[in-house]
Write a protein that binds this ligand. Sequence first.
Ligand SMILES: [Zn+2]
Length: 195
Amino acid sequence: MTVTPDRPGPTAAAAPAARTAASVDGSAAHQATPGIIDRFVAANRTYAVDFRDGGMDAKPVQKVAVVACMDARLDLFAALGLELGDAHVIRNAGGVVTDDTIRSLTISQRALGTRSIAVIHHTGCGLLGLTEDFRRELELEVGQRPQWAVESFVDLDGDVRQSMQRVRTSPFLPHTDDVRGFVFDVHTGLLREIH
Ligand SMILES: [Zn+2]
């Protein structure tokens, strides 16, 4: 359990020493990576020097949406051969198809013309180590039950299938005939298709 609240919670005083140390100063996370946002701003100025407006509109060229985990090791554009403007990329913890994912997919298909959906989970996912205890402990710590499910899983392939099923059974999505799911191996870089 590694919940680090933005500010000390009501039970912070009773928390284990390690967590209390992190909770005393809400900026602890910032101190771990000093100035990273400043680096973003500097990098962006360099980026903009050579940036050329490709004249594309908001509709993805390849008419595809990718739902994937937010994992930092997963470079979707490189791994899938995508170019700027090709695809919608919807990422969250686990690459799980939640109500909010359906919201994005619905807009993607109905307003922005996509037709295909790829769901990508990966080996070594952080959600594999969590349980719904995460939610209960969070509630105990902050005094409020989160509205959302953790969506943790123990069966990687099974969760890809469940996510594909949530897409295929959504009443909001007009195009569900080209929905495919994969597990990305963070050690080999290869996708394995789940059927
Ligand atoms: Zn993950």
